[in-house]
Design a protein around this ligand. Structure first.
Ligand SMILES: NC(=O)c1ccc[n+]([C@@H]2O[C@H](COP(=O)([O-])OP(=O)(O)OC[C@H]3O[C@@H](n4cnc5c(N)ncnc54)[C@H](OP(=O)(O)O)[C@@H]3O)[C@@H](O)[C@H]2O)c1
Length: 332
């Protein structure tokens, strides 16, 4: 059969159309496949990011309270609210007994407190105890009876917090019990060196730094026996009376610098130091009756008094000798 030119053309057109159609469909198929792949990838990416977002949200919801709690505990360890927020206190002889109770209370009321005593084991124990209560404390091992140690104590406080606002001197020694006529010159030197001279020298070293802060507060820890001297601890009793005099002399000297000086005379208290008397039941009984006191003092009886004396509530109190001794009569 002969092909007309038109027929031939038609076939070619048809052929070319068929070829063109297959190519078109091939391209279309490829296009659809590629688009599908892109869509799947996009979907996968979105699912990944959603997975990440939801994981992040889950972590946030589960861990946020923990993070907040950690943040709060960190805050409370370094920055407690209270009347002494941002203040820095040095409490000498504070690894146990009355000094430790004062250090704890000042830290609870917001201060950064330098805890001190001679024996590292005692300082470490006290610092561990107070840090476990989230209090801001630094331990410094030193003997406040030695001048180079006094300087080191002040320097460490400055390095730690950059200033000093309060000094509480709680250290005392009593190497003699007996008839005062049997006490020696060395005993008197030791007692006055630690119980009086070191209190003055620590104050002298701290004053310039308190001045830089615009003021401060100094509290000496004395004793009821400074008022009512107990003859068997005569030299010690005299050293405690001397602190009343030191307070009266220092206060007017430091008033123009906005630094207040007060003295707290404490009564018989249940501590290692107090045990010298407390272990003698008859003597304890006699002293309690003679002073009309119904209970022996506890170290925590004094923390609040010192915290008050350092606070702005006591800003008009300086040069005072205050007694916390369960009602014991106290007059010189
Ligand atoms: N307890 C009472 O019945 C009573 C009564 C009236 C007045 N007070 C007065 O209260 C204050 C505190 O007495 P306390 O009963 O709390 O005594 P405590 O329980 O024996 O504590 C004395 C603290 O001072 C430290 N210390 C002693 N000598 C030191 C020195 N040279 N340098 C640095 N730290 C020293 C001790 O630790 P290290 O051994 O590690 O140095 C300890 O941390 C004293 O001034 C005392 O005269 C007490």
């Amino acid at each position: 059969m002969r092909r007309t030119p038109d027929q031939g053309n038609d076939r070619e057109v048809l052929g070319s159309l068929t070829v063109g159609g297959s190519v078109f469909f091939l391209i279309l198929k490829r296009y659809q496949e590629t688009r599908l792949t892109i869509l799947r990838r996009r979907e996968k990416r979105m699912m990944c990011s959603w997975a990440r977002v939801s994981r992040f949200l889950r972590v946030l919801v589960c861990r946020a309270p923990l993070c907040v709690a950690m943040q709060m505990s960190r805050t409370s360890a370094t920055q407690r609210d209270g009347p002494h927020k941002d203040k820095v206190a040095i409490v000498t002889g504070s690894s146990q007994g009355i000094g430790l109770a004062i250090a704890r209370r000042l830290a609870e009321d917001g201060a950064h407190v330098v805890v001190n005593s001679r024996k590292k084991v005692n300082v470490d124990r006290a610092v561990k105890e107070l840090k476990a209560e989230n209090l801001s404390v630094l331990g410094v091992v030193c003997n406040v009876g030695k001048e180079e140690d006094q300087q080191r104590l002040v320097t460490r406080a400055l390095e730690w917090q950059g200033g000093i606002d309060y000094l509480i001197s709680s250290v005392a020694v009593n190497p003699f019990v007996g008839n005062i006529l049997d006490s020696t010159a060395e005993m008197w030197d030791k007692i006055f060196e630690v119980n009086v001279k070191s209190m003055f020298l620590m104050a002298k070293l701290s004053v310039p730094h308190m001045q830089k802060r615009g003021g401060g507060s100094i509290v000496f820890i004395s004793s009821l026996t400074g008022y009512n001297p107990l003859p068997i601890i005569g030299p010690y009793a005299v050293s405690k009376t001397a602190l009343f005099g030191l307070t009266k002399v220092l206060a007017p000297t430091l008033t123009p610098m906005n630094i207040r000086v007060n003295c707290l005379a404490v009564g018989l208290t249940r501590t290692n130091f107090g045990n010298v008397i407390l272990k003698d039941e008859a003597l304890t009984d006699f002293l309690m009756k003679a002073n009309n006191v119904v209970r022996v003092g506890e170290p925590k009886d004094y923390g609040g008094v010192v915290s008050f004396l350092c606070s702005s509530d006591a800003s008009y109190i300086t040069g005072e000798n205050i007694v916390a001794a369960g009602g014991a009569i106290s007059r010189l």
